[in-house]
Design a protein around this ligand. Structure first.
Ligand SMILES: [Zn+2]
Length: 199
């Protein structure tokens, strides 16, 4: 009991132990600060592609990586009954899922509650990609799910933002890294900058 008392209180207790009465607890005005709870976003995963094993597991690993969107206050929870869908599909189906956006048989998209990832890109990344395939998967999932979370590309009309804010440093995960790396190192994680959008 005595061991659990704060140091200040210990200093107020008699040093010689002549009393069995403990001092009254010292009132404190220090507020108890608890961090804001994470915003829980539930999603389900479907693999409608051919020949791409391990997709669901990879998506889950990326979205539970503590270096990812968790850093921005999101908790992404896989749930087969969730309204949001992360789906890997062949190009023709992605084009359909992404309408009215034109993904031209090549790109991935977020369209309403659906994140549709192009299976060709999943299998081979892009010629512009400077990292390995696993890192590309991290970037692609974090980027498109970032749109689902309301994030935008930098340099999309807001002053002071650019695709590559620091020359030579990794591009931001919400930069259009699939097509516009311009030789910069890739950044696959959702490194949350101060106030997100664009981060
Ligand atoms: Zn994008």
């Amino acid at each position: 009991m005595l061991r659990a008392l704060p140091l200040l209180l210990l200093a107020l207790l008699p040093a010689c132990g002549r009393t069995t009465q403990e001092a009254a607890p010292v009132a404190t005005t220090t507020p108890i600060v608890s961090p804001a709870p994470p915003l829980v976003v539930r999603y389900r995963v479907e693999d409608r592609s051919t020949g791409t094993p391990g997709f669901a597991r990879t998506v889950q690993e990326v979205l539970t990586d503590t270096r990812g969107w968790q850093r921005a206050g999101f908790a992404l929870v896989r749930d087969d009954a969730a309204p949001y869908l992360v789906v890997l599909a062949e190009a023709a189906e992605v084009d359909t899922l992404c309408l009215p956006y034109d993904t031209v048989g090549t790109y991935s998209c977020q369209n309403g509650p659906v994140v549709a990832l192009n299976a060709d890109r999943w299998r081979t990344a892009t010629p512009q990609w400077t990292g390995d395939l696993a890192t590309y998967h991290q970037m692609l999932v974090n980027h498109e799910v970032g749109h689902l979370l309301g994030q935008h590309h930098p340099a999309s009309g807001r002053a002071g933002e650019s695709q590559c804010p620091v020359p030579g440093r990794p591009a931001l995960v919400m930069s259009q890294q699939s097509t516009e790396l311009d030789g910069l190192p890739a950044e696959p994680l959702a490194a949350a900058r101060g106030g997100l959008p664009g981060g």
